[in-house]
Structure formats: C-alpha cells, structure tokens
Design a protein around this ligand. Sequence first.
Ligand code: ZN
Length: 115
Amino acid sequence: MAALPVFRWRLAPDGYATRRQLRAQGLRPGGQGVAAQLERPRRRREPLVAYLYRVDLAKPVRPMTPGRWAALAAANRARRICPQCRTDAGYVIPTSLGTCVTCAYPEPSDFPRSA
Ligand SMILES: [Zn+2]
C-alpha cells in the first residue's frame, strides 16, 4: 500500500475534503479510499490526523425515499422503547443506562439534586 500524501493542518490543497466537509456539500466518499491525510502536530502527543477524500470522486448523498424515511422512523421508535418496562419513553434510551430513566432510578430520591 502506497503511503498517503500528508499535508499540514489548514494547508490541504483544493479538491480534497474531509468526510464532514463532503457531507456539508451533500456529498459522500462513495466507496473511494482515503486519498490523503492532514496532520496537526501536538506537543508530546501523537499528531491529530484527519482523513481527506477527493471531491471529484465523491458521489451525491442518496436522496431519502419514503421507504428509507419509514425505516429510519421505525429505528428511532425502537430506540425509545425501554427494554425493561416496554413503554415508549418519549426519548432515546441512553445506552449508559440501558433502560428508561424511570427504570434506572426507581426512587425519586435517587435523582441527583440540581440545587
Ligand atoms: Zn423503563
């Protein structure tokens, strides 16, 4: 595997973008591999690395179809169902708790006091 071109932070040439920058333009890498990387040196630590993709090889993000919207809605609904009490918590179950807050903290006295 050939070594990737490495550019200094903020000195990336035109025609390259990070995944996040592509997304902001409605683009996705589209199967291409990482084309280059950016490195930001940090004192006494490994450099911070960002991966760059070629904008000319990027593809438009697939438009959402009704089927995809429905699948997304079903997935989000499933993430709101507490596995313990089986009710729709009205919010996404925090993975740190694994259950809805009511199941995780059954006693009101268990809530941390904010004042
Ligand atoms: Zn619950």
